[in-house]
Ligand binder design. Structure first.
Ligand code: IPD
Ligand code: CA
Ligand code: CA
Length: 254
């Protein structure tokens, strides 16, 4: 098992997405949450490759769920993170693959095919962008920080806004781009300081989680608890502003 294999898989799946640009929407999951032929084709490709090379491993993907197989090694896959952007011809989408061993992400790869950016990390081995080492920014005040706030229709915008209102006004700039995996990589690359989301699935952040922490960043839940790969809220920062960000979130009592 190695980082090169996982990277190669993400690049091939990304190239497949590019060939499917303009793909048909096959179903609507919830509100603007859509699935295209490309999401399904890329996940089928990744599943088949893993089955061929590592037949005993489990695959958990957004479109086809969990395969049979021992859970010791699990591939947590978002074949297309940023589907809404993809469907509108916006290049901010990626393939995200996390390789998990007994609940711990060992290898994480996020590939943005239209800009050919390959983010990769191996536990204990640092994080890279196209082979060059990555590290988080040194900004240490929210006032000087660029912060990504994101949400889904499943979490009411009012609830999300109430939670993040103080941070919204405290930050230097606020953004929302539409691919959680790439957002985590942007924090890892020092392009901005924080990413906050009230509820993500494991495939959205399994790879980005490792890339961020290997680049020196910090990731917790909104309540400041350690972030496992179970679904839930995410506060990801460059580490320096993490306590201040947490102190600015307005958590409901209890
Ligand atoms: C979505 C993106 C988006 C986030 C949503 C995710 P998808 O993933 O990561 O940024 O706000 O919660 O569901 O549906 O494009 O794979
Ligand atoms: Ca996703
Ligand atoms: Ca997806």
């Amino acid at each position: 098992m190695n980082r090169e294999f996982v990277s190669g898989l993400a690049v091939e799946a990304g190239n497949l997405l590019v060939r499917h640009l303009g793909a048909r929407i096959v179903r609507v999951k919830f509100g603007t949450d859509i699935v295209t032929e490309a999401d399904e084709a890329a996940e089928r490709f990744i599943r088949e490759e893993v089955r061929r090379h590592y037949p005993g491993h489990r695959v958990t993907g957004e479109e086809y769920g969990s395969s049979e197989g021992e859970a010791e090694w699990e591939w947590v896959v978002d074949p297309l993170d940023g589907t809404v952007n993809f469907a509108r011809g916006n290049s901010y989408f990626a393939v995200s693959i996390g390789l998990v061993h007994r609940g711990e992400v060992r290898i994480g790869v996020v590939y943005r095919p239209l800009t050919r950016e390959l983010f990769a990390a191996e536990r204990g081995g640092g994080a890279t962008l196209n082979g060059e080492p990555l590290s988080v920014s040194q900004v240490d005040r929210v006032e000087e920080s660029i912060v990504i706030l994101d949400w889904t229709r499943r979490h009411s915008r009012h609830d999300t806004f109430a939670l993040t209102e103080r941070l919204f006004f405290a930050a230097s700039k606020v953004r929302s781009f539409g691919s959680a995996a790439l957002d985590l990589c942007s924090v890892a690359a020092g392009q901005l300081e924080a990413f906050i989301h009230p509820g993500l699935s494991a495939w959205d952040f399994a790879a980005g989680h490792l890339i961020l922490t290997e680049a020196g960043g910090t990731i917790t839940t909104l309540a400041g608890e350690p972030r496992s790969i179970e679904a839930g809220s995410v506060v990801a920062t460059n580490g320096k502003i993490h306590p201040e960000v947490l102190s600015l979130l307005t958590l409901p009592p209890g």
